[in-house]
Design a protein around this ligand. Structure first.
Ligand SMILES: [Zn+2]
Length: 258
C-alpha cells in the first residue's frame, strides 16, 4: 500500500508537470528573451515548431544599412477607427480591432486585413546599428494567410495624443482583450510620411515563420519621454537580436516625400 501510494504521488506529479509544460507552450510563455530559453535557444525549446528560428535563412529583424533605392508604390492604408481590445500576452502588450474590422492595407496589389499591433523595446530593427527606444508592429494578413508587417519606430519628442488611449491602458491590461477596450483611430497611429524600407523576412517570435513582407517606416513617430517610459515599464528587452541578411535585398523608397 505504501509503495502504491508513493507511485501514485509520483505519477500525479508527472501528470501535473506535463500539463503545465504543454499549457505553457500553448500560451506561448515557454520562450523568453534572456537566459536558457532566450533567442539562441528557441529551436531547442520546441524543435518541431521552432526549428526555423535557428535554421531559417530569411529571418527578422535585421540591421538596415545602405538599402537599395527604388521608386515604390505607396502602401495603401484603409485603416478605420474602431473599438480596440488591449491585452498582455506575456511577451508584449497588444491591441486588436474588436467586432467586424474592415481595416486593411494594400501592398503590391494584395490586400491584407489588419489583425493587431504590439510593440518591442528597444526596436528590433536597427538602422546603421542604432536602435530606437520602441518599435511597433502592425500585423496584417491576406485572405490566403500571407503576412505583411508594418514597422513603426518611436523617438522621443512631443506628447502623442493619438497614442494616449492605448498607453493609458498598457499597464492594467489583462490576458483578455475583452476586458480592456478603448477607441483607436488606427490610421493616425502611423507616421504622416509613408516612405518605407522593405524586405522579405520572418516573424520575430517563435516559430519565426518566413515569407513575411516587411515594411518599416523610414520616419519615426514622436512620443513624450513619459509615454515611452510607460512602454518600457510594461516590457523592456523584448527584442530579438538582428539576424544575418544573407542574400536578401533591402529597398528604400526613393521618393522621400510620400
Ligand atoms: Zn513584433
Amino acid at each position: 500500500m505504501k509503495s502504491f501510494k508513493k507511485f501514485a504521488a509520483v505519477a500525479g506529479v508527472a501528470i501535473i508537470a506535463t500539463a503545465v509544460a504543454s499549457s505553457a507552450t500553448a500560451a506561448g510563455t515557454a520562450w523568453t528573451y534572456t537566459g536558457l530559453t532566450g533567442p539562441s535557444h528557441w529551436k531547442t525549446i520546441d524543435p518541431t515548431n521552432y526549428a526555423t528560428c535557428a535554421d531559417g535563412t530569411a529571418q527578422s529583424p535585421i540591421n538596415i544599412v545602405a538599402p537599395t533605392r527604388s521608386d515604390l508604390v505607396n502602401l495603401a492604408f484603409s485603416y478605420k477607427p474602431s473599438e480596440a481590445g488591449i491585452f498582455n500576452n506575456g511577451h508584449t502588450v497588444e491591441a486588436e480591432p474588436l467586432g467586424t474590422s474592415t481595416s486593411a492595407v494594400k501592398i503590391d496589389g494584395v490586400s491584407y486585413n489588419f489583425a493587431q499591433f504590439h510593440f518591442h523595446a528597444p526596436s528590433e530593427h536597427e538602422i546603421n546599428g542604432m536602435h530606437y527606444p520602441v518599435e511597433i508592429h502592425f500585423v496584417n494578413k491576406s485572405a490566403d494567410g500571407k503576412l505583411a508587417v508594418v514597422g513603426v519606430f518611436v523617438k522621443v519628442g512631443a506628447t502623442n495624443a493619438e497614442w494616449a488611449p492605448f498607453i493609458s491602458k498598457m499597464l492594467s491590461a489583462t490576458a483578455n482583450a475583452e476586458e480592456t477596450k478603448v477607441e483607436l483611430d488606427w490610421a493616425k497611429l502611423l507616421p504622416r510620411n509613408k516612405q518605407t524600407i522593405r524586405y522579405n523576412g520572418s516573424l520575430t517570435t517563435p516559430g519565426c515563420t518566413e515569407g513575411v513582407k516587411w515594411n518599416v517606416f523610414n520616419h519615426a513617430i514622436e512620443m513624450s519621454q513619459a509615454q515611452i517610459n510607460t512602454f518600457l515599464e510594461a516590457y523592456s528587452g523584448n527584442n530579438r537580436p538582428v539576424q544575418p541578411l544573407n542574400k536578401r535585398v533591402v529597398t528604400l523608397d526613393s521618393t522621400s516625400a510620400k
